[in-house]
Design a protein around this ligand. Structure first.
Ligand SMILES: [Zn+2]
Length: 466
């Protein structure tokens, strides 16, 4: 269903996060989260037509049937990689058994495409691409072409992705899900008008449940189409920055240097690997941000949805404002790097947001922790596990603040290298629930939670009177 894919398109958004003005405002007032941003569940794209099955063999000699049977059985059980491995290991039989060889030759493209999708679904696009490419070399299939489009898209290799999207959509023009993903590729290539055209068609054809999301996406793309004529791009080693040349040109050295320096710092201190392909960064005039970036909460001071989208004001080069801009950039960069490491899966919010705040302020003036004047009680354990967007405004603000506190409690309890240890185990296929993350340091979330809560409550006690 398209609605799922709208969310799927945000598969980058999922692991994304927002910079909350709360911290920028110190212990100031908590701003409300938006009322209508639904939690976004991670969607795994499914290949169309991959209910594909192997062709039953024509009547075969018993020995041939013996060779076919285990491949069929593995495939039927959904063990697509296993079925492919069995087929590959049967190579020695081929010269002696022409009927089996003929059958297998016909199945290989399906086996390879299915194995590719099995790997893609667990985030292993490198292996998935190898299977898809091997399959397409034998006989191109729409499933493998679609898989290649999605993998290159996920790996941010947009110019290559574009070719596969075009090939796939030429064969399956009505796949609305893939059209929607394709608009994201077009955005990367600054082909906004083309993307707007596709989105208009999608909005027109959408069922009511999908329309709000698609209309938001269309409004955002129309905004970029308008901005596009004013925009200019500049690249550094790991980032591609789009900005308004006239108003934001002076900011580009600050933005790119901040991001590149942060990459080096995060790699050295926390083991976060730099991206293999440039991360896109888009600067928006602060006034236009809310109308253009409609997929973010109203309170967002920055957004990562596969791209870093950052509002900047004309005063951004002033000392205080530039420091805040640097913090926002570093915060969103953490989300981007975590998304790359985890195949854009939804990490527990306490970890994703806590870590983004912790690293954003690492060894900088905003580092440290302020309990604030009236921080309120410690939230229930379950509040840290689901999207903060579903919390009330006050609780969402506390959740951000207390997430940072949880991260700092982990460092206090398990040592200065504990974050690095936890991050070293984060991978596309790794378990990412709270206990799995903490298992790396022999910790449990319940333990950290209760000690953080106790510490928090002690901090609330009135000072003893003399
Ligand atoms: Zn965030």
């Amino acid at each position: 269903m398209l609605r799922k894919l709208v969310l799927g398109l945000l598969l980058c958004t999922v692991a994304g996060g927002y910079w909350w003005g709360y911290l920028a405002a110190g212990s100031g007032a908590v701003q409300p989260p938006p009322p209508s941003v639904a939690p976004v569940a991670r969607q795994v794209l499914k290949p169309s037509g991959m209910g594909a099955s192997l062709t039953p063999a024509a009547p075969l000699a018993d020995t041939d049937s013996d060779a076919v049977r285990p491949i069929f059985a593995a495939f039927a059980m959904g063990d697509f990689v296993g079925a492919l491995n069995l087929a590959d290991s049967a190579k020695d039989l081929l010269s002696q058994r022409p009927a089996f060889a003929a059958w297998l030759g016909l199945q290989m493209p399906v086996l390879l495409a299915s194995a590719g999708w099995a790997r893609l679904k667990v985030g292993d696009c490198d292996q998935a691409r190898a299977y898809f490419e091997r399959g397409n070399a034998l006989k191109p299939t729409v499933e493998a072409t679609k898989g290649l489009a999605v993998c290159h898209y996920k790996q941010k290799n947009m110019s290559v992705a574009r070719d596969y999207f075009l090939a796939y959509l030429a064969a399956v023009p009505n796949d609305a899900e893939m059209q929607l993903l394709y608009t994201d590729v077009l955005e990367s290539e600054a082909r906004f008008a083309e993307a707007v055209g596709i989105l208009r068609q999608l909005v027109h054809a959408a069922v009511p449940a999908d329309q709000a999301h698609l209309a938001q996406r269309l409004a955002s793309m129309e905004g970029r189409a308008q901005e596009g004529t004013l925009e200019q791009a500049e690249a550094s080693a790991h980032f591609r920055l789009t900005f308004r040349a006239a108003e934001q040109g002076d900011l580009t050295p600050l933005v790119l240097t901040t991001l590149e320096d942060a990459l080096v710092e995060f790699a050295e201190q926390f083991g976060l690997p730099p991206p293999l392909l440039p991360i896109e960064v888009v600067l928006y005039p602060r006034d236009a941000f809310k109308s253009v970036v409609t997929n973010g909460p109203a309170w967002a001071e920055g957004l990562f949805d596969g791209r870093l989208r950052i509002p900047v004001s004309s005063a951004a080069l002033d000392e205080g404002a530039s420091s805040e801009l640097q913090t926002v950039l570093r915060h969103e960069l953490v989300h981007a790097l975590l998304a790359l490491m985890s195949d854009s899966r939804s990490l527990p919010p306490w970890f994703d947001e806590g870590l983004a705040q912790r690293l954003a302020c690492n060894q900088r003036p905003c580092a440290g922790f302020d309990f604030g004047g009236q921080p309120g009680g410690f939230l229930p354990e379950a509040s840290f596990m689901t999207s903060y967007l579903s919390l009330t405004a006050v609780n969402a603000g506390r959740a951000y603040h207390q997430s940072l506190f949880l991260i700092m409690c982990i460092e206090a309890k398990y040592g200065a290298s504990s974050l690095r240890q936890i991050l070293s185990h984060l991978a596309p296929g790794s378990s990412i629930d709270s206990d799995a993350l903490l298992a790396t340091v022999n910790g449990h979330f319940a333990t950290i939670y209760s000690s953080a809560k106790a510490h928090w409550q002690r901090a609330q006690l009135p000072a003893p009177s003399l």
